[in-house]
Design a binder for this molecule. Structure first.
Ligand SMILES: [Fe+2]
Ligand SMILES: [Fe+2]
Length: 170
């Protein structure tokens, strides 16, 4: 094992966090599907799959470095939303929380002089800039639409990449 036990433990926790995001976005996708908004439903389904890929990226890194991955159950995610804005706000909150988690992980790796993990984490540092930006812009669009969610559907169709995993490089 070429990474330290406390770093491996923190990475395991982040695997769980990414799976939590996977479930959160799956539920949001179901919410929009239920509302008859297929583009938003498809967008969050792709986001959910991206989160699964994030989790697997860390899972594979743990395997590669000889640190045995361990999985715990994910904490509950929000299942009910009063409106579209609340659902997207929840997604943005998740991304901001994830950004903090990644920052903390980088600090743990640096404190352990673990340049292997530090280097690995840079992909996530960059990814979070895009994730937060994407959700921020979507939230702004929902607000501008003032209840006309068909305009948000059009925005998602025109602006959101449709290829799952393209960003994850898989
Ligand atoms: Fe993620
Ligand atoms: Fe994300």
């Amino acid at each position: 094992m070429i990474i330290k036990p406390n770093v491996a433990e923190a990475l395991n926790t982040q695997t769980t966090n990414e799976f939590t995001n996977m479930f959160a976005y799956l539920v949001i996708s179901a919410y929009f599907d239920d509302q008859g908004l297929p583009e938003l439903a498809a967008f969050f389904l792709r986001q959910s799959e991206d989160e699964r890929l994030h989790a697997m990226k860390i899972f594979d890194f743990l395997l590669e470095t000889g640190a045995k991955p361990t999985l715990t159950g994910t904490p509950p995610v929000q299942n009910d939303f009063v409106n579209a804005e609340a659902a997207v706000q929840y997604a943005l909150d998740q991304e901001l929380k994830t950004t903090g988690q990644i920052n903390d992980l980088v600090s743990i790796a640096l404190a352990a002089d673990d340049h292997t993990t530090h280097n690995f984490l840079q992909w996530f540092v960059t990814e979070q800039v895009e994730e937060v930006d994407t959700m921020t812009r979507l939230l702004q669009t929902v607000r501008h639409a003032q209840g006309n969610l068909l305009r948000v559907e059009d925005y998602v169709l025109r602006n959101m990449p449709a290829i799952v995993g393209a960003e994850a490089g898989v």
